[in-house]
Design a protein around this ligand. Structure first.
Ligand SMILES: [Zn+2]
Length: 643
């Protein structure tokens, strides 16, 4: 082990100028102040100087643990280092709480009214040589046992010279903005700890701020930072789609709950992916070419629409037990099938209405979602609500037997559930009403507001659904969410005028996604046939419980070496699946497990199978109605490609 050295410039600044450059607010009660210093971000260190108004006696300070939107205790306390408390020029001793690792205990001496804390955060994600994302929980330190909305705080920020800054925080410094001069500090308006944690910052050398949806009464921006200058020049077609998204969301929800909205976008192969909602902004991270062409845009089509929708559903309306007065109290995930599930549905709908994807791509996406859930055998022991209740332990991304364990299925189960509700409302009202009428009631409580939080429970949802059309909505929801259902909820697709079928070639959307590598790592797509998820090199990520490959005793983690006498390749496996269709012979594999090889025989004769939606002629085509824009698009809708 070796000790971490503080960058000497930072150390000197911290010692010599412990906050003189951020004067306290005049004429007001003392307010906590925090200066976040990102000048060492490329070296994976953030620094903070914090000034906390205190009284003599015992003091408990704390850092955030349960992070809103993560639904988990992911506060990065382990990465906080170099913590030093000083008051009146003297260093004060501290002791961590024996149980709560996020809490620090101090004893403030007589005569002290302001405590200075300095700390560093080791940052291993969302940072690169050219950009940085500041989630404030990395640096926040504030008095414990007080509701975080009751703790006023005034933030300031220093970034490397020449870097631009994107955030929903309101700058109040007289210096240039959004690009601070070298060594200058951007000072932001005072807020409270709850809102500050909800207001991340992106900063980078290659920064652009694009104004969106001109003419809207509230300003919307897309702020982008990238690792390479050309990537920050976003395509006009993409920007037009995002402007459409702003207009479509406001038309669908009929109100908004922010004073300004910033889509914060990082384009980096280094900084990692992200999608995290906030009231007045969203933190969206994709690869450096994530929106560079239509194929990559398709892969990320619903990212912005999903996170944006959360400003209404999740941030403004929040399940009562998911909203806690501080970041120390555990959040309860029971209603995440609304918070995330309805957002998943609305994110797809708005992506299609705004042009981020086409109606055909919307249908292909729903085919994939429905088929995946229908072929998730874990649904036979675990209901959808349990995937929400257990959300904080289900973010493990190990694929081994994931279909038997189930993952965070409340997202996609929710998408099918709310499609079911949408089409049912349309059916019961002869298409005169839709889920949009519910959203205007449920998400619009109080009309236009700032970033407030209005909690709800199960009965509130049922009540508001009944305002749209009377029905036994409580039973509707309970039957689908709180009960074991052997099959996925396909009613929305069927009420929408389509049915889920399997064909022998992938949909156009799937072929596009596969052409750029896609989420299946370039491997063959044989989940709905032999029941394997396989990488391009033959390594097996998951085996469908009860499926043909499971019956052949194949295990996750094994690697397919050969198929029917040929060295493994995706084509060789697909060819073997096709050949077995007209044969009674099994598919013969040689598989490697650790340093051993063995043979396996898969007795499967159903051919290749890929999910698509097929139109049922003579029935109302509500799926088409659902994807139709409510506003006039800023550019002509994209041509739909024939499959
Ligand atoms: Zn979400």
């Amino acid at each position: 082990m070796h000790k971490l050295r503080l960058p000497s410039a930072l150390l000197l600044a911290a010692l010599a100028l412990p906050f003189a450059f951020v004067p306290a607010l005049a004429h007001a009660a003392p307010v906590e102040q925090i200066l976040a210093n990102l000048t060492a971000a490329p070296r994976r260190l953030y620094h903070a100087d914090v000034e906390i108004p205190v009284k003599p006696g015992p003091l408990d300070l704390i850092t955030p643990q349960w992070i809103p939107g993560n639904h988990r205790p992911t506060g990065p306390a382990a990465e906080i280092t170099g913590v030093v408390f000083t008051a009146n020029g003297k260093t004060l001793p501290w002791r961590r709480d024996d149980v709560n690792m996020y809490e620090f205990h101090l004893d403030i001496p007589d005569g002290v009214s302001t405590l200075h804390a300095q700390l560093d955060a080791i940052v291993t994600s969302r940072v690169s040589a050219k950009l940085a994302v500041l989630e404030w929980e990395r640096l926040l330190l504030y008095p414990a046992h007080i509701p975080v909305r009751d703790i006023p705080i005034q933030p300031s920020l220093e970034v490397p010279a020449g870097w631009g800054v994107g955030t929903a925080l309101t700058p109040v410094s007289s210096g240039p903005y959004p690009v601070p001069a070298s060594g200058s500090i951007t000072r932001f308006a005072a807020t409270n700890v709850e809102q500050l944690q909800d207001s991340p910052i992106i900063a980078g050398e290659y920064f652009h701020e694009y104004a969106l949806a001109p003419g809207m009464p509230v300003k919307h921006y897309l702020d982008v930072v990238a690792d390479h200058p050309e990537d920050a020049n976003l395509r006009p077609e993409f920007l037009a789609d995002v402007s459409n998204l702003v207009r479509e969301a406001n038309a669908l929800y009929g109100c908004h709950h922010y004073h300004v909205y910033h889509f914060l976008l990082t384009l980096s192969d280094v900084a990692g992916g992200e999608g995290l909602e906030h009231g007045q902004s969203s933190d969206n991270g994709v690869g450096e070419k994530g929106f560079a062409d239509p194929a990559h845009q398709l892969l990320n089509a619903d990212l912005l629409s999903h996170e944006y929708t959360h400003s209404w559903n999740g941030k403004y309306r929040r399940p009562a037990h998911l909203y806690q007065p501080d970041f120390a109290t555990p959040q309860q995930g029971g209603l995440l099938w609304v918070y995330e599930g309805m957002t998943q549905y609305l994110g797809y709908v708005l992506a299609a209405r705004s042009g981020l994807e086409t109606p055909a791509q919307f249908r292909d996406t729903f085919a994939r979602v429905a088929a995946n859930l229908d072929y998730t055998p874990g649904r036979n022991w675990r209901d959808t609500e349990d995937t929400a209740v257990a959300a904080s332990i289900l973010r493990d991304d190990s694929p081994f037997w994931a279909n038997w364990r189930r993952g965070q299925d409340y997202y996609f189960e929710g998408a099918l559930l709310w499609l079911d509700a949408d089409t049912l409302i349309r059916k019961m009202t002869d298409n005169k009403k839709s889920l949009g009428d519910f959203e205007k009631i449920f998400l619009g409580k109080g009309g236009d507001t700032g970033p407030e939080i209005v909690p709800y429970d199960f009965d509130d949802i049922v009540h508001d659904l009944n305002q749209v059309v009377p029905y036994d909505w409580a039973a509707f929801l309970r039957d689908r969410v709180y009960k074991i259902n052997d099959h996925a909820d396909l009613a929305g697709i069927e009420q929408g005028g389509y049915k889920l079928v399997y064909q022998d070639k992938p949909s156009a959307t799937e072929r596009t996604i596969m052409s750029i590598g896609g989420p299946r790592h370039g491997g063959p797509d044989c989940w709905f046939s032999i029941g394997l998820r396989i990488n391009k090199d033959g390594s097996i990520r998951d085996v469908r419980w009860g499926g043909p490959a499971d019956k052949a005793l194949i295990a996750p983690g094994e690697k397919i070496i050969a198929v029917d006498g040929q060295i493994f390749s995706p084509d060789a496996l697909n060819q073997a699946i096709r050949a077995a269709k007209d044969s009674t012979e099994p598919i013969r594999l040689i598989v490697q497990q650790d340093s051993y090889v063995s043979t396996a025989q898969i007795d499967y004769h159903g051919g290749e199978r890929y999910p698509v939606l097929e139109r049922v002629e003579g029935t109302p085509d509500y799926l088409d109605d659902i994807t139709r824009p409510l506003t006039t698009p800023e550019q002509a809708p994209k041509e739909e490609k024939a499959d």
